[in-house]
Write a protein that binds this ligand. Structure first.
Ligand code: GLN
Ligand code: ZN
Length: 767
């Protein structure tokens, strides 16, 4: 019989119950027992919900108080010394939270993106000669907890090879060299689970959808040859997701394991190879539904894939599942009471996806539920033709984008001259990234306005007052290029989404970003257009208050795309192009309204990179083109800025240069300007503002420190190339430290200016 399976369920709760409990616990408002109670209730609710949806393989141990990678680190005792764990027994909850969030004595462990999702995991720390021991029993406890409720679950473990590959070796060496000392702990977990009555265990090895050297495949083989010997009763399912296995496919199917899960949503093309590679007695778990987007599946289109697998491999060795854990999808569409019926009929959240999985599994063994399939067909048909989705004018305009629309009128060298004349900026011009502190007052006013408690006129007046304060402060501080402060924006994507056609918003569409932090990505469901200017009014008002140039502030097409749930009925590149055209209009409207500097933020370009290197080029091509399409319509004298806030530039620097922004501001202070090396050896052509101070911390950075960083920058860049700005926007900071930091920043710029004009005078005198 074809079984239905799930790989993981969102833990945070349909109404973010876990978030609230965690934050109350951290604020010492509830006890550990109360936190445990909320967690146990959520688990129970979610297991029952999956059972009711008809899922045969229900995961356990997918729940965590923070992050499943951190869970694994704690389970095997990989606790860095600075957290003061005594190394005995079980790692306690507060040590676990200290690793995630830092404590009074030490900071949090590093966090990074989970593959190409918006979820962040805690990066395990390893060192040569490290000893592992079993120091967490969550997998066992949760299995038993579910069993007591009458639900047999499939415990999920992050597999040993991916666990090591996702970590970092401190002090050099390769993490895989630790495999032999790690495996005994995994063996211990597996044998305890076997003794408790577990049948299947899900071993996540997602790293094998990435480019891997031989050594990783060898390690995988070694690991699973040992782990499959732990107990004859246990069946291991190695799960992979987010992309194709490609050159790792043989190695994964050659493992002596009972089953392999593959992502057939992202990579349907790998089915044939999988059918060929699988042993006759090996289960293939087909990840047929998109586990990380919110679209309802077209069941009739998916079923043939399953039937093909059955024909080749037999009913008894096929599972049907979402492509990956549902961690990246909200919980339940039924909570969306204000979405209209048609829009709703196109969507599926976790609960709805599980019903789809179950319907597919049933249909695959001959019990097709006609009504379910008909409803799915109907939704697919209406999505294909709905006028709410398809806007012929937008499609035709996108179809006519010509290459010259991606090009500024003249090359940068020429633009630089006219811009210098028109903007009259000093050497080392100072600016900020856009947002100023979002005070409680601003948030309250926005909440009141949204709740209808504050009228529009009053809200606008309030915002104008805020803008005026920002302008006044920048005058006093003698900054060169101003911003209006972004007080009117809740979020850099939602703000634009709300003003464009083609977007819809949910009330409870939350997904976990990290720990208790959730995001509610807006949904791009249709062709994108801009009914009217989105930011012009604010920029023009702000400019009216000062003679200094005021930057118009926009979020770029790639970032808007990346931080939304996107359409699956057209390529991402097409959606990016539509967004770019809408932004292009906004850019031109800003220019027309007298704004001379326009910043188009693209902090998400790097995270959009495909997992496999071979796909990078095509992504970079269309994403660079989308940015250029949004920016290139302006005159030479209009200065286009962009901003990116991360430090790993080396591998995409050529693409960054191709954006051809006149000025780019980047994050550098935390890496002590290391990344400037990339810009130096590459000879970045345009102007750059390497962030001179970290905005993630309230620390007041002394002027001397910023001067030192600037000197490092000037050592590898031309002085005329260098701008002076913080690492990122200031919205999470308080005014107190912001004022002091920016004062020091302007001081640093002035000191450098002086040093350079003295040097120039000296040179002239010597001539
Ligand atoms: N302009 C935005 C701000 O200052 C940029 C934010 C970002 O890069 N994430 O807040
Ligand atoms: Zn930033």
């Amino acid at each position: 019989m074809v079984l239905s399976a799930n790989l993981g369920f969102p833990r945070i709760g349909a109404k973010r119950e876990l978030k609230k409990a965690l934050e109350s616990y951290w604020a010492k408002e509830i006890s550990q027992d109360e936190l445990f109670k909320v967690a146990a209730e959520l688990r129970q609710l979610h297991w029952r919900l999956q059972k009711d949806a008809g899922i045969d393989h229900i995961p356990s141990n997918d729940f965590t108080f923070y992050d499943h990678v951190l869970d694994m680190a704690v389970t095997v005792g990989a606790v860095p010394e600075r957290y003061g764990w005594n190394g005995q027994g079980i790692v306690d909850l507060d040590t676990f939270f200290a690793m995630a969030r830092g404590n009074a004595k030490t900071g949090a462990m590093e966090m990074t993106k989970w593959f190409d999702t918006n979820y962040h995991y805690i990066v395990p720390e390893f060192h040569t000669g490290m000893k592992f021991r079993l120091s967490g029993e969550k997998a066992l406890r949760h299995f038993e907890e579910a069993k007591k409720l009458g639900i047999m679950t499939r415990p999920v473990l992050l597999g040993p090879v991916s666990f090591l590959l996702l970590g970092k070796m401190k002090g050099g060496g390769t993490a895989l060299s630790l495999l032999d000392s790690l495996l005994p702990v995994y063996e211990e977990i597996l044998s305890k689970l076997a003794a408790a009555g577990t049948e299947w265990i899900q071993m996540d090895e997602p790293c094998f959808v990435l480019d891997q050297p031989h050594s990783s495949r060898d390690a995988l083989k070694r690991a699973y040859e040992r782990l499959t010997k732990v107990s004859p009763k246990l069946k291991l399912l190695v799960t992979t997701y987010f992309d194709e296995l490609a050159d790792n496919l043989e190695a994964v199917f050659n493992l002596p394991v009972a089953g392999v899960h593959i992502d057939l949503h992202r990579a349907p093309q790998q089915l044939d190879a999988a059918l060929k590679a699988a042993r006759k007695d090996q289960v293939i778990s087909l990840g047929v539904l998109d586990g990380r987007n919110i679209w309802r599946a077209n069941l009739s289109a998916v079923l043939p894939l399953i039937e093909k697998a059955i024909a080749a491999h037999g009913k008894d060795k096929i599972f049907v599942a979402p492509s990956c854990s549902l961690l990246h999808t909200p919980v339940d569409l039924d909570n969306e009471k204000s979405l209209d019926g048609e829009l709703k009929s196109w969507l599926a959240f976790s609960r709805q996806k599980l019903a789809e999985v179950s319907a597919l599994a049933k249909a695959a063994h001959g019990q097709k539920d006609k009504a379910v399939f008909e409803a799915s067909d109907k939704a697919a048909a209406s999505r294909k033709s709905s006028q709410r989705i398809h806007n012929p004018a937008v499609k035709s305009r996108a179809g006519k984008v010509a290459p010259d629309m991606l090009k500024r009128r003249h090359p940068f060298a020429q633009r630089e001259l006219v811009q210098r004349q028109s903007l009259r900026l000093p050497l080392f011009p100072t600016t900020t990234i856009g947002s100023f502190p979002q005070t409680a007052e601003i948030r309250n006013a926005r909440a009141e306005f949204k709740a209808g408690k504050m009228g529009e006129a009053q809200y606008k007046d309030f915002l104008k007052k805020e803008i005026a304060l920002c302008v006044k402060f920048q005058e006093e501080t003698d900054i060169d290029v101003f911003v209006h402060g972004e007080a009117e924006r809740n979020d850099m994507v939602e703000y634009f989404g709300e003003q464009m056609d083609g977007y819809l918003f949910t009330k409870f569409g939350w997904v976990q970003s990290y720990g208790s932090r959730c995001v509610k990505p807006p949904i791009i469901f249709g062709d994108i257009s801009r009914p009217k200017p989105m930011t012009v009014e604010w920029s023009v008002y702000a400019q009216s208050l000062t003679k200094k140039p005021m930057k118009g502030m926009l979020t770029g097409p790639v970032t808007i795309l990346q931080w939304s749930f996107v359409r699956d009925d057209q390529p991402r590149s097409e959606t990016a192009k539509q967004l770019a055209l809408a932004l292009r209009d906004e850019v031109l409207d800003l220019e027309k309204a007298g704004i001379k500097v326009i910043q188009i933020d693209e902090p998400a370009v790097r995270e959009g990179l495909p997992l496999r290197k071979k796909n990078w080029q095509s992504y970079l091509r269309w994403s660079v083109d989308a940015f250029r399409l949004s920016a290139a319509g302006v005159k030479d004298e209009t200065q286009i800025h962009t901003h990116m806030c991360y430090a790993e530039f080396n591998d995409i620097i050529a693409a960054v240069a191709e954006l051809d922004a006149d000025v780019i501001s980047i994050e550098t202070s935390r890496s002590q300007m290391e990344l400037l090396e990339a810009f130096a050896s590459f000879k970045y052509p345009n102007e750059i503002g390497p962030g001179v101070y970290d905005i993630h911390s309230p620390r007041v950075v002394p002027q001397a420190e910023m001067e030192m960083l600037l000197k490092k920058a000037v050592a590898v860049l031309r002085p005329e190339q260098v701008w002076v700005n913080p690492d990122c926007g200031l919205k999470t900071r308080k005014w107190e430290e912001t004022k002091l930091c920016l004062k020091n920043m302007v001081g640093a710029a002035k000191a450098l200016r002086q040093a350079f004009s003295a040097k120039e005078a000296g040179l002239r005198a010597a001539r």
